[in-house]
Design a protein around this ligand. Structure first.
Ligand code: SF4
Ligand code: SF4
Length: 319
């Protein structure tokens, strides 16, 4: 396991970025139907101050581009080794390819050299105009479906100036904006972003700050405080609860979250059940995945959680 020496991520909540108009983006998905109302374009920001152990987009955590390597498809032609300028790609004694992600500069030379297409660079920089150009392609669908653009990630508020500019431009074209956030951002930064947000998708992961820290890398005080403030400001919130085996899924913990949600005004609560869809990405990034043994929930188990939340008078959906 290597640490990414190129990382510029700290555990500090989102900082103003000065005048930069470049954003770190790792994906843009058109025709999304699960990231807000109607048909949407979801822009995935790269970089996040949290390290949730269940993260299904681990390539979103570091802000700079990263190499993913699909070992099982590698033909061991070693073309990548020949072109790598940093010594990050080497041949192991057993003939397999070894990648030192700490040395990799994500230059992409090995991606071009690999005829088997088993190497991918995740993430690139884009201007606001470039992202808006993609988003505007589907304006007609937004109008007909009540959709719009969603900023997700990673953590969009980690690039606050880019996010504000993106949403401001989208709103100037009449495009609805949804912010999908973990909420770990200084309030004064969040408050400025909210001027350009129509709907907030807000994560609620655990009510105990120590356990929250163990699971995500940060305590929950700022997150809970921001949720209260957003609600007090009258902004529409959909509260998203990721349901993670052995982490936050006891009846007691679900009830604690329900009690918090009932004290603030939300449109709806979404349960986001654990799945294993992102687990392979950890290996491809040279990262350790800690929930490999965890089992996805059965339908009746999810329904029990839903019933508990609904018993608090909340409107609840399963995402
Ligand atoms: S992306 Fe560049 S530095 Fe990284 S392994 Fe490939 S060639 Fe080497
Ligand atoms: S170039 Fe591609 S197929 Fe060849 S050894 Fe490297 S990763 Fe494997």
């Amino acid at each position: 396991m290597n640490t990414y020496h190129r990382s510029i991520v700290s555990q500090e909540p989102g900082q103003p970025q000065g005048e930069t108009k470049l954003g770190y983006i790792f994906d843009i998905q058109r025709f999304s139907i699960n990231d807000g109302p109607g048909i949407r374009t979801t822009v995935f920001f790269k970089g996040c101050p949290l390290r949730c152990i269940w993260c299904d987009n681990p390539e979103s955590q570091e802000q700079l581009p990263q190499l993913l390597y699909f070992e099982s498809l590698c033909t061991k032609c070693y073309r990548c080794v020949e072109v790598c300028p940093s010594g990050a790609t080497k041949i192991s004694p057993d003939g397999s390819i070894e990648i030192d992600h700490g040395l990799c500069q994500a230059c992409g030379l090995c991606v071009k050299a690999c005829l088997s297409e088993v190497r991918v660079i995740s993430g690139k920089t884009m201007t606001v105009d470039e992202v808006v150009e993609v988003v505007r392609k589907d304006e007609l669908f937004y109008r007909n479906s009540g959709g719009g653009v969603t900023a997700s990630g990673g953590e969009p508020t980690y690039q606050p100036d880019f996010l504000k500019q993106l949403f401001r431009q989208c709103q100037s074209y009449g495009i609805h904006t949804t912010l999908d956030t973990c909420g770990y951002v200084k309030w004064e930064v969040m408050a400025e972003i909210l001027d350009y947000v129509d709907l907030v998708y807000y994560d609620l992961k655990h009510m105990d700050t120590v356990r929250h820290g163990e699971l995500t890398g940060v305590g929950n005080e700022l997150i809970l405080d921001n949720a209260r403030r957003i609600s007090q400001g009258g902004k529409s919130i959909v509260m998203r609860i990721p349901l993670i085996p052995g982490c936050n899924d006891s009846e007691e913990k679900i009830k604690a979250m329900a009690e918090f949600v009932t004290r603030i005004k939300v449109v709806r609560v979404d349960i986001v059940p654990f799945h294993q869809l992102g687990s392979k990405k950890y290996e491809r990034l040279g990262m350790i995945y800690r929930l490999g043994e965890a089992k996805p929930y059965q339908e009746d188990e999810i329904q029990t959680f839903k019933d508990t939340l609904e018993s608090y008078g909340l409107e609840v959906s399963i995402a």
